[in-house]
Design a protein around this ligand. Structure first.
Ligand SMILES: [Ca+2]
Ligand SMILES: [Ca+2]
Length: 208
């Protein structure tokens, strides 16, 4: 009888010991689980989104009469990787009387932050490339591209980025009219002053 009682006691203690050990293991596992969860929770989640460029430029066409506040000009603008002739994006815009033109919003997916060349061709003007413009800066930015001024004279609608006799012929065709392409000085009349502006750049090519 006493032996059974002793056996019962041993079994009872074993059950208690196993229970305590099991509880300890469960508590430990729960603790580790919580630890892992808290580590996961504390991780910083970085979301990469589109931070677009909101761009404007300011340009200056040469030979305007009067020279100040007379900078209106339709423009074809290209943004290119440095040294490349292949644009990432091309935009048409018109400069105001102060030479300011908005290029609108350009996605940073299309134009990742970095350095780019801005190529500007004005109506009846030779193309100028303004190299190594920084697109890493503020989201809203105006690029001042007033030096050098845009050379006038590419008046013929072929717009071949070269000033030659074809451009002189076009001025002659439009003489004494107010054609926008031929009125290089932007004073409202095509006359000898426009020839003078053209001849300044005769046999000159614009940038590629
Ligand atoms: Ca030409
Ligand atoms: Ca004129």
């Amino acid at each position: 009888m006493s032996l059974l009682t002793r056996t019962h006691k041993i079994i009872l203690w074993l059950i208690i010991l196993i229970s305590v050990l099991s509880l300890g293991i469960l508590l430990y596992l729960d603790y580790r689980k919580g630890e892992v969860l808290s580590v996961t929770d504390s991780k910083t989640v970085t979301v990469t989104g589109d931070i677009p460029h909101i761009i404007a430029i300011q340009i200056k066409p040469e030979s305007r009469i009067p020279p100040a506040g007379n900078d209106e000009l339709p423009l074809e603008i290209e943004i290119r990787p440095p040294g490349s002739l292949i644009p990432v994006t091309a935009i048409s815009a018109t400069a105001t009387s102060t030479g300011d033109a908005s290029l609108g919003t350009i996605s940073s997916v299309l134009l990742p932050p970095g350095t780019y060349d801005i190529a500007v061709k004005g109506l009846s003007h030779l193309r100028k490339v303004f190299p190594n413009q920084n697109f890493d800066g503020p989201v809203v930015r105006t690029y001042t591209l007033t030096l050098p001024q845009l050379p006038a004279g590419d008046a013929n609608p072929t717009a071949d980025n070269y000033v030659n006799s074809l451009d002189i012929s076009y001025l002659t065709l439009k003489l004494y009219g107010n054609d926008l392409r031929a009125d290089l000085t932007h004073d409202g009349t095509v006359n000898s002053l426009d020839y003078a502006a053209l001849l300044r750049n005769l046999s000159t090519s614009g940038d590629n």
